[in-house]
Design a protein around this ligand. Structure first.
Ligand code: AMP
Ligand code: ZN
Length: 472
């Protein structure tokens, strides 16, 4: 059974969805105020690993990820650039979509935008006011009275009893520290600093608070109670704590059953972040010649609840690990003769069975990726030895390939493109071009590229060497 560490209970719990094999999953998405850095992608790759493993186990996953296209930071930065909020956020939203595709992150079922859900957020705020949980401050903003919510602080494990006594403090900012436990803004009244960004609603002229968007968009798409909510550990407080207060205060029902949070990607022992300036965007890393799958592998190969220190040696090691997997795939695809004898296949089948068992047991244990990968690499070692011995043929190769495909549905890093599909003469031309390029005879190399293009083969020079694809 899959067990997951639930931040809410601080325990490993057996995973049981509300509706049989259907899973409702919500993860906090990007705030579109700059290019995401690879620390942000650690959070998204973690959710992708979780989701892919749920799919592997036969669950049907409905995944919703919000896009924050209005908040303090987006407004401030769009003003600095002198462009409209929409034009500003659209650019970073597009960068995000490009990057997740590059990183083999499976798309969510929906990416709702905060600016498209003002109506829903107004409705929740009104309901909270009606219940006496939210109130209008002198500044016209509407605040959540945390003193009215018994479990406030439970997720973040903070004792609010002392603070409740004088719970008159208010905070209008979206982000603040654990020491600032205060009533927070659901609806922010317009100020000069907001410029052209406001909505005229029944709550007055203003804009929603950041926390409210996730309550509105998750419940709209997944129902008032749903299975899993994810995000980085910085979101536990105040963001997720406030989501719980808003949603449960409004519906009277439990908001989320399992809360999962990923640890930091660090640089030299410090959190990678925009504000510290110690960050790399995905584009920065790729520009150094690294492949996206190496970045993906690096981000997923440390357990999500452990900190991960980012280094380029780490990306090199990730690249080498992927090469080892792909080399075996190529070797297996190259086996055209039959197995030496029947025993080869039955031995291989046993190894697949054992590899699968260890892989699943590890992943079931709160996504213990290190052990899962160790099982995969043990398999790679054994199978390489079998190929070396000459015993293995196409039947057992097919079996081994199918195991690798299976685990790669979770990992998303291997390459199964069958290079052998290309006629020999074309493969020879590609090799010839590679040789010419190494000798810096670029004009001749380009002629071969053009010739291949005519034959419907397009070449791409990637950091991992030349790749081809059919274009006709
Ligand atoms: P943001 O766009 O700032 O709202 O962040 C998007 C996601 O990235 C959130 O889930 C954050 O918790 C996560 N995140 C930000 N920095 C890091 C980091 N250095 N390591 C891991 N996750 C991070
Ligand atoms: Zn959120």
């Amino acid at each position: 059974m899959l067990t997951l560490y639930n931040t809410l209970t601080r325990k490993l719990e057996g995973f049981k969805p509300l509706k049989g094999k259907k899973v409702g999953l919500y993860s906090c998405g990007p705030t579109c105020y700059d290019y995401p850095h690879i620390g942000n992608y650690r959070a998204y790759v973690f959710v992708d690993l979780l989701k892919r493993y749920l799919l592997y186990k036969g669950y049907k996953v409905k995944h919703i990820m919000n896009i924050t296209d209005v908040d303090d930071k987006t407004i401030r930065n769009s003003q600095k650039e002198g462009v409209s909020l929409k034009d500003f956020t659209r650019k970073y939203e597009q960068a995000f979509f490009d990057d997740i595709k590059t990183l083999h992150i499976l798309p969510a079922n929906k990416y709702p935008m905060a600016t498209g859900h003002i109506k829903e957020m107004v409705a929740i705020t009104k309901a909270l006011m009606k219940k006496g949980i939210a109130y209008k401050g002198e500044d016209g903003s509407i605040y959540y009275d945390i003193g009215k919510f018994n479990d406030y602080g439970k997720l973040a494990n903070i004792d609010t009893s002392k603070l409740k006594a004088g719970a008159s403090g208010r905070v209008k900012k979206d982000e603040y520290s654990k020491d600032d436990v205060q009533d927070f803004a659901l609806w922010k009244s317009w100020t000069k600093d907001d410029g052209a960004v406001f909505w005229q609603t029944e709550l007055g002229k203003g804009r929603p608070g950041w926390h409210l968007e996730c309550s509105a968009m998750s419940t709209k798409n997944l129902g008032k109670t749903f299975d899993i909510h994810c995000g980085g550990i910085d979101l536990i407080f105040p963001h997720h704590q406030n989501e719980i207060a808003q949603s449960e205060g409004w519906t009277g029902k439990k908001f989320v059953n399992y809360w999962l949070h990923n640890e930091w990607l660090l640089v030299n022992g410090q959190k990678m972040s925009k504000s510290l300036g110690n960050f790399y965007t995905l584009r920065d890393v790729l520009a150094k010649g690294y492949s996206p799958v190496a970045v993906r592998y690096l981000l997923l190969s440390t357990h999500y609840r452990q900190q991960l220190n980012f280094t380029f040696e780490g990306v090199d090691a990730a690249k080498a690990a992927i090469e080892r997997l792909n080399e075996l795939i190529r070797r297996l695809q190259g086996l055209k003769n039959s197995d030496e004898n029947k025993k080869t296949l039955s031995t291989l089948k046993n190894e697949v069975k054992e590899g699968t068992r260890i892989f699943e047991a590890a992943m079931d244990d709160d996504l213990n990726i290190s052990e899962a990968l160790a099982a995969v690499f043990d398999f790679v070692k054994t199978v390489n030895a079998s190929v070396d011995s000459g015993a293995m043929g196409k039947e057992s190769a097919a079996e081994a390939l199918s195991f690798l495909k299976n685990v790669d549905s979770v990992l998303g890093v291997m390459s199964f493109a069958a290079e052998e599909d290309l006629p020999k003469e074309l493969t020879k031309l590609i090799e010839e071009r590679e040789r010419l390029r190494k000798e810096k005879k670029f004009a001749e190399a380009d002629k071969i590229r053009a010739k291949l293009q005519e034959k419907g083969i397009q070449l791409d020079d990637t950091p991992e060497g030349v790749k081809w694809k059919k274009i006709k």
